[in-house]
Ligand binder design. Structure first.
Ligand code: URA
Length: 230
């Protein structure tokens, strides 16, 4: 079920408040009957007519964003710019993140209003692989690489992390691929080894890599093939 005003704003270029005004003015019919309450819940398959014209149901939205530093993965925030603000969409209601990034992290963030799709990415049982490029305060030793690959015990937890893939790129830089999504997991994995992450960039989620053409702060819709990855 979806609110009538959200149906209209997601399916057209109308903003939510424009849709509400039109509904209140009696310009919208659902299943042949006039509906004047914007909050009315209707099935997505309803026949919605605006000024005599049938409105096709809104398609689910699937976006990839190159998150810049300083932006929070939240729908609202009292002090910081949110990743949803960055999209500048007229009707962002219902959009959520298929996995967040910390405010100081950059890279691939997936945003959708399809809860089943995002669940397949973030649910603990999915073990979806996320690859991060990590810059460290101190050199990464071979022993630490082995520990990351075997699993480390995070502070305050008992169960070690699932085995990760770790590849050294330089003395203080590596690629780390993890298949869990514990709170601040990458930073805490390196903290458990006595090191510190100074920069973190997500390159990919499952088979989907951040589009190299997307500068920081830009986004694009996923292709249907990309949506079908999950
Ligand atoms: N791990 C972290 O520590 N931070 C992120 O933003 C993502 C993974």
């Amino acid at each position: 079920m979806i609110r009538l005003d959200r149906f209209l704003s997601n399916a057209t270029t109308l903003s939510r408040s424009q849709a509400q005004r039109m509904i209140r003015a009696g310009r919208v019919c659902v299943g042949g009957a006039e509906v004047k309450q914007a909050a009315t819940l209707i099935p997505l398959t309803s026949e919605v007519v605006l000024d005599g014209e049938r409105i096709e149901p809104p398609l689910p939205r699937y976006l990839m964003l190159h998150k810049p530093r300083g932006v929070v993965c939240a729908t609202e925030d009292p002090t910081h710019r949110t990743a949803i603000d960055l999209l500048g969409l007229p009707s962002p209601a219902g959009l959520h993140f298929a996995g967040r990034l910390d405010i100081d992290a950059t890279g691939l963030v997936l945003i959708t209003d399809d809860g089943q799709w995002s669940h397949r990415i973030v649910s603990p049982g999915s073990h979806c692989a996320k690859r991060y490029r990590v810059w460290l305060a101190d050199p990464l030793t071979d022993r630490h690489l082995m520990q990351l690959m075997g699993g480390v015990v995070l502070r305050g937890e008992k169960r070690p992390t699932r085995p990760a893939e770790a590849e050294r790129l330089s003395d203080r830089e590596c690629l780390l691929t993890i298949s869990e999504g514990r709170y601040h997991q990458v930073k805490r994995m390196f903290a458990a080894l006595g090191n510190r992450v100074i920069r973190l960039h997500r390159e990919s989620i499952g088979p989907l890599s951040l589009d190299a053409e997307l500068g920081a702060g830009s986004f694009r819709p996923l292709t249907s093939d990309e949506v079908a990855f999950f």
